[in-house]
Design a protein around this ligand. Structure first.
Ligand SMILES: CC(C)(COP(=O)(O)OP(=O)(O)OC[C@H]1O[C@@H](n2cnc3c(N)ncnc32)[C@H](O)[C@@H]1OP(=O)(O)O)[C@@H](O)C(=O)NCCC(=O)NCCS
Length: 153
């Protein structure tokens, strides 16, 4: 039987200009900074009650789709379903945002990830399917993976 998932909380980092954003964003341990940082939605996974940050994921909204990136769980805390919790939290955020933007329950929204090759099987568990050929990004082969989320769930 799989071990129980340690107690944790998911925190959606408040939008730019909101109190607490800077401190929480620093806990997302981003090593790269790009032009999407300010507008992106960052989600942090922390253990409770220690509030130790152990995982993060980022969502960038574009005109036609949402982009999942920066997914990482600290090595010592993997295989506790934290990666799953982060992806599902991002999906919840995407669906809520799409509904706020006026999409109907019968609509679907696309989430795109540029998956590193060893992680394709992880994304596949959440409905992501490969599109196109592998390509180089940051010096490593990647695969575009796309999930189409139903807003009726
Ligand atoms: C990928 C990563 C986020 C997974 O985090 P995790 O917390 O260990 O994953 P979970 O425990 O939530 O796993 C969920 C499911 O995916 C499976 N899984 C995890 N890693 C996998 C992999 N590399 N390939 C295939 N399946 C994988 C688990 O076995 C589990 O399956 P189950 O639901 O059938 O039991 C983590 O390994 C990581 O941070 N890796 C380094 C950074 C990275 O590669 N990020 C993605 C860049 S594209």
């Amino acid at each position: 039987m799989p071990a129980a998932t340690p107690a944790h909380e998911l925190v959606v980092v408040p939008a730019a200009g909101q109190p607490a954003r800077t401190a929480l964003l620093q806990q997302c341990f981003d090593t790269e900074i790009d032009d999407f940082e300010e507008d992106a939605t960052h989600i942090l996974l922390r253990l409770v009650p220690s509030l130790e940050p152990v995982g993060t994921i980022r969502c960038v909204k574009t005109k036609n789709y949402y982009k999942l990136s920066r997914l990482a769980v600290l090595r010592d805390h993997r295989e506790h379903r934290f990666g799953r919790a982060l992806v599902l939290a991002l999906h919840d955020h995407v669906k809520a945002d799409a509904k706020i933007c006026g999409l109907a329950p019968s609509d679907t929204v696309s989430v795109i990830s540029h998956s590193q090759i060893p992680v394709k099987g992880f994304y596949a568990k959440f409905g992501y399917v490969p599109e196109g050929e592998e390509f180089d990004e940051d010096g490593a082969p990647h695969q575009k993976m796309v999930a189409r989320l139903s807003l009726s769930d």
